[in-house]
Design a protein around this ligand. Sequence first.
Ligand SMILES: Cc1ncc(C[n+]2csc(CCO)c2C)c(N)n1
Length: 102
Amino acid sequence: MECSVAIQVLPMDSASDEDTIRVVDAVIAEIQKYDVNPYVGPFETAIEGDYDTCMEVLKKCQLVAAEAGCGQVMTYAKIDYKPNGAVLTTEKKVGKYHQGEN
Ligand SMILES: Cc1ncc(C[n+]2csc(CCO)c2C)c(N)n1
């Protein structure tokens, strides 16, 4: 796992909280189509995988928000990239806090 990215999509012209949720839901549904082990949190979604796939997913987020009717979207991304190694996985970072779930 050479890359992990935390993606926070912020629709800037939402009319309401429900509208924000609708746009973010569309983005998360798109992220879930990829094999990137999405971990959804209250502020952002973390993904992991090879670099090109992570960048493809990151690019798609804005396009999906636009398709969902968003006239302006701000996206904040935190990228962990280790070209010759493995980044810490989501499981390694937070798995211990989710024991007993599922
Ligand atoms: C990519 C991405 N993932 C999660 C959030 C955080 N978030 C904002 S609204 C909401 C509820 C969706 O039903 C969640 C989880 C975000 N902003 N962008």
